[in-house]
Design a protein around this ligand. Structure first.
Ligand SMILES: C[S@@+](CC[C@H](N)C(=O)[O-])C[C@H]1O[C@@H](n2cnc3c(N)ncnc32)[C@H](O)[C@@H]1O
Length: 213
């Protein structure tokens, strides 16, 4: 069972999704090594958003082994800048990207996003946040500075296991994650620069467009 199945709807959506050779190998590797990657139905949404947005410069927080990176690179002509704390995962991501022939468009930053993101300069027209969930709120002000007007910020796991909406009960141990994400969503929705929608696909995705500066 390569992915957790949040519900019947996800299972149904997945029945339409075909994964090619490389994608299925990445997913199998992730599964074998307990590495969390984008759920297939969420990857399909990300693909659609990127294809429509046609970004030129993408920033990603949380590379893991490069599954979502590849989805974005293969569905745009963008240059991707991606941040990951695990060197081992980055090395694997580099292998997969080289195999896909997209390495030239990818730049990797290995280290803590909390240290790297505040030091980044330049502008991005697409940001995909999929790093440590409790820290979305901490990264947001920095990401906001890096995102151009008209750019998009897409975040994964914003409904994390149904905990944020109250659909599933969250244990005391995990409540910090749910509270952190909840605060992040409140901040995002109350920010008048952004138009935000929540997509209840996979583990929940938010899609915000920076309409004003
Ligand atoms: C959900 S996974 C990313 C999955 C990837 N986006 C994909 O769909 O293929 C989150 C990643 O964030 C990384 N991470 C966790 N804390 C981090 C931090 N402080 N700075 C940078 N990366 C971090 C983890 O090592 C993990 O690989």
């Amino acid at each position: 069972m390569p992915f957790k199945t949040p519900n019947k709807t996800s299972e149904y959506i997945r029945s339409f999704i075909k994964t090619d050779g490389l994608y299925s190998r990445i997913i199998s590797y992730a599964d074998e090594h307990y590495i969390p990657v984008l759920l297939p139905e969420s990857a399909a949404v990300l693909k659609q958003i990127v294809s429509t947005a046609k970004p030129a410069r993408i920033l990603e927080i949380g590379t893991a082994i490069g599954f979502s990176s590849l989805v974005m690179l293969q569905n745009s002509e963008a240059k991707l800048y991606t941040v990951e704390i695990s060197e081992e995962r980055v090395n694997k991501a580099k292998e997969f990207m080289s195999e896909a022939g997209v390495s030239e468009r990818a730049t990797f930053f290995v280290g803590d996003a909390g240290e790297i993101v505040p030091m980044l300069s330049g502008k991005f027209d697409f940001i995909f946040m999929d790093g440590p969930k409790t820290r979305y709120i901490e990264y947001f002000p920095y990401l906001d500075k890096l995102l151009v007007k008209g750019g998009a910020l897409v975040c994964d796991n914003v409904l994390i296991n149904g905990w944020v909406s109250g659909e599933e009960e969250v244990s005391k141990k995990k409540s910090t994650i749910a509270v952190g994400i909840e605060k992040f969503l409140e901040t995002l929705y109350s920010d008048e620069q952004y138009s935000t929608c929540l997509i209840p696909v996979g583990d929940g995705m938010s899609w915000s467009v920076k309409e004003r500066e």
